[in-house]
Write a protein that binds this ligand. Structure first.
Ligand code: GLP
Length: 277
């Protein structure tokens, strides 16, 4: 990761012993850890260092945040750093990637609820510095809401570090197969693969919302730096496809190849593509 000022934590000789392998896949730097918890500890440490550095300069640090099972150990480690090592989030501004359309912030399946449960309720981030698309916005006001979301990102100075997971179909945020590189925050229809994967969380497939509001591919690519996390063999195929040409709308994560500061943080399971045997 080319985060200025945190190279000492992440690059070269002082990189944690838990790193099994680092390699370059085209423009994408890939780091494989033995276990997801080790990968998250290292990433959380790098974020903490940058947050503290910005605080000392009297500046904010702007994070783009994902949901799903993937970032849970990262958020747990950030909470631990807050509780045990005094890391303050007072100068952190966050923008979540997406929200299910039709779910209120109180709905336990909403990404609002997810973020409160895993991060926001446990750290000192001022609530007005957190942003998540509103899944309850009226349909005829959705476009305006999405434009306002983009404007809020710009007003915050842009996203410093965009954290991502990856869908089994190669989606990032809810930019499903077919999403355009120039896409911006918008209301989208969810892919059936995505709805299928979410069925357990919602009780059954029919209860999974059919639409969501997601930031766009262009919004993601404007972030200064991007770290995509993926754990476990179920993600190996999507990861393998994401790092290899061609860049194509059928696999939106391939658009990340166009960015010059992207890192994929993997564990052994999600990196099985590295060993073709
Ligand atoms: C959802 C989110 C994505 C996330 C993906 C993977 O679809 N919108 O941002 O990356 O799930 O989820 P998980 O981390 O649970 O595998």
């Amino acid at each position: 990761m080319r985060l200025e000022g945190v190279e000492s934590t992440l690059a070269g000789t002082t990189v944690s012993e838990a790193v099994i392998e680092t390699r370059q896949a085209g423009s994408i730097e890939v780091e494989v850890h033995g276990h997801r918890s080790e990968a998250c500890r290292e990433l959380a440490g790098a974020i903490a260092e940058r947050v503290r550095q910005r605080a000392a300069e009297g500046r904010v640090y702007v994070l783009g945040l994902p949901t799903g099972s993937t970032p849970v150990p990262l958020y747990a480690e950030l909470v631990r750093l807050h509780r045990e090592e005094g890391l303050s989030f007072a100068n952190v501004v966050t923008f979540n990637l997406d929200e299910y359309y039709g779910l209120s912030p109180e709905n336990p399946q909403s990404y609002h609820a997810f973020m409160r449960k895993h991060l926001f309720d446990h750290v000192d981030i001022p609530r007005e510095q957190t942003h998540i698309p509103d899944g309850t916005v009226a349909r005829d006001q959705a476009d305006q809401h999405c434009r306002d979301y983009e404007a809020a990102i710009r007003d915050a100075g842009g996203i410093d570090l965009m954290l991502l997971g990856i869908g089994h179909n190669g989606h990032i945020g809810f930019n499903e197969p077919g999403a355009l590189e120039a896409s911006r925050t918008r209301l989208v229809r969810l892919d059936e693969v995505t709805r299928h994967m979410a069925a357990t969380a919602f009780g059954d497939h029919d209860h999974v919302p059919e639409e969501a509001i997601t930031v766009g591919v262009a919004t993601i690519l404007e972030a200064r730096e991007i770290v995509l996390m993926a754990w476990g063999s179920l993600k190996a195929k999507a990861v393998a496809r994401a790092v290899r040409p061609p860049v194509e709308a059928a696999v939106p994560a391939t658009y990340l190849q166009r960015h010059d500061a992207v890192k994929f943080l993997l564990n052994k399971g999600s990196a099985t593509w590295m060993d073709p045997s």
